[in-house]
Structures are given as structure tokens and as C-alpha cells.
Design a protein around this ligand. Structure first.
Ligand SMILES: Cc1cc2nc3c(=O)[nH]c(=O)nc-3n(C[C@H](O)[C@H](O)[C@H](O)COP(=O)(O)OP(=O)(O)OC[C@H]3O[C@@H](n4cnc5c(N)ncnc54)[C@H](O)[C@@H]3O)c2cc1C
Length: 512
């Protein structure tokens, strides 16, 4: 009889595991997905013809395997030369990646700064001479006399950028994302996420940009991630590629069960799994026996809670693993108050940013995304501005509990306060809450190895992806963990350490 694999979650990792099984083995994949959407955190939500992602998703990878994987699903097309970023062009194909120029800036002191902060006339003008001198002295001071015994993220930043630059550009935004002060976060966290970025690199990048002619190289292998100038992006949003992949999986004989929430896992005497789930549409609890393999992308906490007879210490640690959560508000606008002052004429003089890091201290928002600039095909009417405003929070906190209307009002008034919109420009709005977006590397995480060791010993159970491994994995890493797990099945390799090795060497992250 054909073997079966049960996959929890139809995000990038779960879908990749299913497709790999169908392409390379005789094992039939069944995916359980608790929501009505495909793509997990990388999904795209369609609101009245306007499509929005959960945070900015760039498609680039330093892995050739992943770049090829993506390009086998969607074909890459380039926009016409010097074309306004937010204007559609004749493009009769739908299953395509658009090649996009990246522009992200920091908004601070009601002005735009380059991201990552770079050395140029604009930065100098915006900061003013006095602040620049202070930044320079403080940088030199900490290069010569670094904080000894670097323990906290604050120490990490100060040793690399100096105290003044740290306070200007890193402190507030990092604290908004993590809901903790930088002195409460570990330096190790910084080493993982800001690795490779330094003042020296910023200066080198400046000279390279000035003196070298830009050549399009899709992989951009020699670049530090936050300096990537380019990315691929599906015509209809990040989720388009995952929806296309789900269709391929079903065509090849796999199953994708939406609105089915996994809730129990047990192992019988023969080592096969019995998996339980709740079918929300039909209001019933269902159990499937005789499952040969399980791939999990649900949170480690949820997985452990769903298992029988878990050792006390494993349950306790998993219970205390934390995530940061996320609220994003889509706003449809007539126009923005701030206008594009560059030579290229955009519709509505829309600023060319893909997203903007909000460093201003007097607002709670973390980022603004302008979807017109990701793909003009994501917006129902290209003459309107379609953006989202993001807030980092924790389930149950003040932001999470706020009434939807009240939240939207707060977003609009924050945008007005920093002169980005006028209230009367707002035409429509929608709000999305998303749990478990950022696995947190503090608290119980320091004992994570206890959980890993216990779960890794269960033959044919594979933890993959981002929440599935409680790892800061990007889409490409999440896919690579799935590819590696399937390869282990093919090679009958019991040791799972190669799955955990993904994203330990070549790490590059979505968000600094
Ligand atoms: C703001 C933000 C920006 C990002 N930007 C980028 C970027 O630019 N580039 C990049 O490469 N990556 C980016 N990422 C990371 C990317 O989103 C993730 O790496 C990727 O989505 C992880 O895939 P996954 O399949 O492991 O998990 P997820 O995407 O979390 O998918 C898991 C799926 O499992 C389902 N599920 C969970 N529990 C259950 C259950 N009990 N039963 C059934 N189904 C369940 C969920 O509903 C979900 O659909 C970003 C992430 C965030 C938060």
C-alpha cells in the first residue's frame, strides 16, 4: 500500500514538503491547513480586488536550488525600462514574477533616510552637522574602547555603530518589533540577525554604488542581505506562488484540506501515527490512522500540546516559548500628503518606496508598505494608493484587544500626525491579525535543545519551517528545511541535524 505523509500547515515549508514528496517519492502528502488561505505568513489576502501581504515579502535567495524552484513555478519578467514603479504595463501573462527595484527608507525626524543608513548628502543634510559630529566621535570611541563582555543587544549595536548612531537608528525600531528594550535582548540575537552589516560595509557600498555600473544579477550572492537592490515578486502578491504550488500539488495527486486544524498526534505500537484534526466547515473532529510520516510547521508549542505522554520538562519549556504577533491595517487612499519629488513621473506622484521603517518615537506603527510599488497589478484601481500599516504586538496586549474601528482610527490619526496622509484621503480599510509571526529568541528558548532532542528522536516526525522549528527562517530557509527532510526519507537518514543546519551558515533575514 502507498505510504502517506501528513503535513501540518500550507505555508512555504508544508507546500514544499508535499511537492518534493510527489516529485521524488511514492509517498502521498495530505496537508491540513487551519485557515481558508494558502501561504501561511507569506499569504496574500484579497480585499475587494486589492491584494495585501502580511509584511513585506521579497523573493531572493542565496540558494540556487530555491531560485530555480521559484522560477520553475513562475516565470521572471522585467518591467519596461525607466517605467514608473506604480504604473501597470501590457502584461498578458499571469503566472509571473516581476523583477522589482527595491527602495526602503527610514522615516525619522519627519524626513526620509536611506535604509540601511548610508553615507550621502541626504543623510548629512537630514541629520545636521552637530549630530554627525556626535555620531562620528561616538563611533570612534566605541571602536577604540568597545563595551567589554558584550552581553546585550544594546552592547552589540553600540560596539558596531557607536551609542549615538544606535540611539538614532536602531533602538526605537528594534524595541517596537520585539516589545523589549535592547538591553533585555541578547547580543547573540544581534549576531544572528545583523551579521555582516557594519559602518565599513555601508561606506564600501557607497563607493561601489557610485563607481560601478549596476548590472542585474538575480541571485545577488555577493551582497549583504539588507543591501539587496532587487527582488522578485509575484504579479499578484507573495501568496500567488504558494497558491500556484498548492494547485500543482493537487494536480499531482496530493490533498490540501483547508479549514482543518490539527489537534492531536499519537504513535501506535508499529511506529505509525494517528493524527486528529478539527474540520471547521463540517464542525467535526476527525482522526486518521496509519500515517507513515508527519511534517509539522505548526508552532512547537502547539505540536507538543497535541502529543500524548510528553515528558514534563519538554511540555514546560514548549509552553513558555514565545512569539511576537502582528496586526496590519490595509488602507485604500485617494493620495498621500507626501509626494514623490524624483524625475520619474509616477501616478499620483506616489513615493517610490516598497516599505518604510517608522523610526518616529511618537507613533506606535512599525512599518508602512506600499503595495502599488510591489506590483501595480495588486491594486484594483492603479490611480488609488493601497498601503498597509503594521504594528508588532502580543496576543492579548492592549493593541491586540483594541476594537477594530478604534484601531483603524488610531492608524489614520498616527499617519496624519506624521504628515503622511490626510484623514479625508481614506476611502476604505481592513484589518488583519496574525499570530506567531516572529519566533522569539529569549526566555524559554535558551532550553530549546531539550525539546529538539526529544522530538528529533521520534522517527518519521519532521519539524520544518519557521514556527515549526521556532527559528527565524525566511521563505527560502523554510523551503530548504522541507527539501532536506524529504531527502532524509529518501536516503533513510535518521539523523535530523542537517535540517537544523539550514540557516545557521548562510543567514540573511527579512528584517533588521
Ligand atoms: C513581517 C514578515 C516579513 C517577512 N518577509 C520575508 C521576506 O521578505 N522574505 C522571506 O523569504 N521571508 C520573509 N518572511 C518569512 C516568511 O514569512 C516565513 O519564512 C514563511 O512564511 C514560513 O513558512 P512556514 O511554512 O514555515 O510557516 P508559515 O508561513 O507560518 O505557515 C504555517 C501554516 O501552518 C498553518 N497552521 C498552523 N497551525 C496549524 C494547525 N494546528 N493545523 C493546521 N494548520 C496550521 C498556518 O495557518 C499556516 O498557514 C517574513 C515574515 C514576516 C513575519
Amino acid at each position: 500500500m502507498k505510504k502517506t505523509a501528513l503535513i501540518i500547515g500550507a505555508g512555504p515549508a508544508g507546500l514544499t514538503a508535499a511537492l518534493e514528496l510527489l516529485k521524488k517519492t511514492e509517498i502521498k502528502p495530505i496537508i491540513l491547513e487551519k485557515t481558508e488561505h494558502i501561504g501561511g505568513i507569506s499569504k496574500t489576502v484579497n480585499y475587494k480586488g486589492n491584494r495585501m501581504d502580511i509584511g513585506p515579502h521579497r523573493f531572493f535567495s542565496k540558494s540556487d536550488t530555491i531560485m530555480e524552484y521559484w522560477q520553475n513555478i513562475l516565470e521572471v519578467v522585467e518591467p519596461p525600462d525607466n517605467y514608473p514603479k506604480n504604473k501597470r504595463w501590457e502584461l498578458d501573462k499571469d503566472k509571473v514574477f516581476l523583477q522589482r527595484d527595491r527602495l526602503t527608507r527610514i522615516f525619522y525626524l519627519r524626513k526620509f533616510f536611506d535604509y540601511p543608513v548610508s553615507l550621502n548628502a541626504n543623510t548629512l543634510k537630514n541629520l545636521g552637522l552637530l549630530r554627525i559630529i556626535k555620531i562620528g566621535f561616538s563611533y570612534l570611541k566605541y571602536r577604540l574602547f568597545p563595551v567589554k563582555n558584550e552581553k546585550t543587544l544594546e552592547d552589540f549595536f553600540i560596539n558596531r555603530f557607536g551609542k549615538v548612531l544606535y540611539k538614532t537608528f536602531f533602538k526605537d525600531y528594534t524595541e517596537k518589533v520585539w516589545g523589549r528594550t535592547c538591553s533585555e535582548l541578547s547580543a547573540e540575537w544581534g549576531a544572528q540577525r545583523v551579521k555582516g552589516l557594519s559602518v565599513t560595509k555601508v561606506i564600501t557600498h557607497f563607493f561601489k554604488t557610485v563607481f560601478s555600473k549596476k548590472k542585474k544579477d538575480i541571485a545577488q550572492k555577493n551582497k549583504e542581505t539588507s543591501l539587496i537592490d532587487w527582488f522578485l515578486y509575484p504579479k499578484y502578491g507573495a501568496g500567488q506562488i504558494w497558491e500556484t504550488m498548492a494547485d500543482i500539488i493537487v494536480d499531482k495527486g496530493g490533498e490540501v484540506k483547508k479549514m482543518c486544524e490539527f489537534n492531536s498526534l499519537s504513535i501506535n505500537d508499529t511506529g505509525k501515527f494517528c493524527v486528529g484534526y478539527y474540520d471547521t466547515q463540517n464542525n467535526e473532529n476527525i482522526k486518521i490512522d496509519d500515517i507513515d510520516y508527519v511534517f509539522s510547521t505548526t508552532s512547537v508549542k502547539k505540536l507538543v500540546n497535541s502529543m500524548e505522554k510528553t515528558p514534563e520538562n519538554v511540555s514546560q519549556i514548549s509552553q513558555n516559548l514565545l512569539h511576537r504577533d502582528f496586526i496590519t491595517v490595509g488602507l485604500l487612499l485617494k493620495e498621500l500628503s507626501i509626494k514623490n519629488k524624483t524625475k520619474i513621473n509616477t501616478i499620483n506622484q506616489l513615493i517610490p518606496d516598497n516599505w518604510i521603517y517608522m523610526q518616529e518615537r511618537d507613533v506606535k506603527m512599525g512599518r508602512i508598505l506600499i503595495f502599488n510599488n510591489f506590483s501595480p497589478f495588486m491594486v484594483a484601481d492603479e490611480n488609488k494608493v493601497w498601503l498597509s500599516v503594521e504594528y508588532f504586538c502580543n496576543v492579548g496586549d492592549e493593541l491586540w484587544e483594541m476594537e477594530e474601528d478604534e484601531f483603524k482610527k488610531m492608524v489614520i490619526s498616527e499617519l496624519e500626525k506624521i504628515d503622511i496622509i490626510k484623514k479625508e484621503y481614506v476611502l476604505d480599510s481592513t484589518l488583519i491579525k496574525m499570530e506567531d509571526t516572529y519566533p522569539v529568541y529569549f526566555g524559554a528558548y535558551e532550553n530549546f535543545d531539550v525539546i529538539r532532542e526529544y522530538l528529533d528522536k521520534i522517527d518519521n516526525l519532521f519539524l520544518i519551517g519557521r514556527s515549526g522549528m521556532h527559528r527565524y527562517n525566511n521563505m527560502d530557509h523554510s523551503m530548504l528545511t522541507a527539501i532536506t527532510a524529504v531527502q532524509n526519507i529518501i536516503e533513510n537518514r535518521k539523523d535530523k541535524s542537517n535540517i537544523w543546519e539550514v540557516n545557521t551558515e548562510k543567514d540573511y533575514h527579512e528584517e533588521k
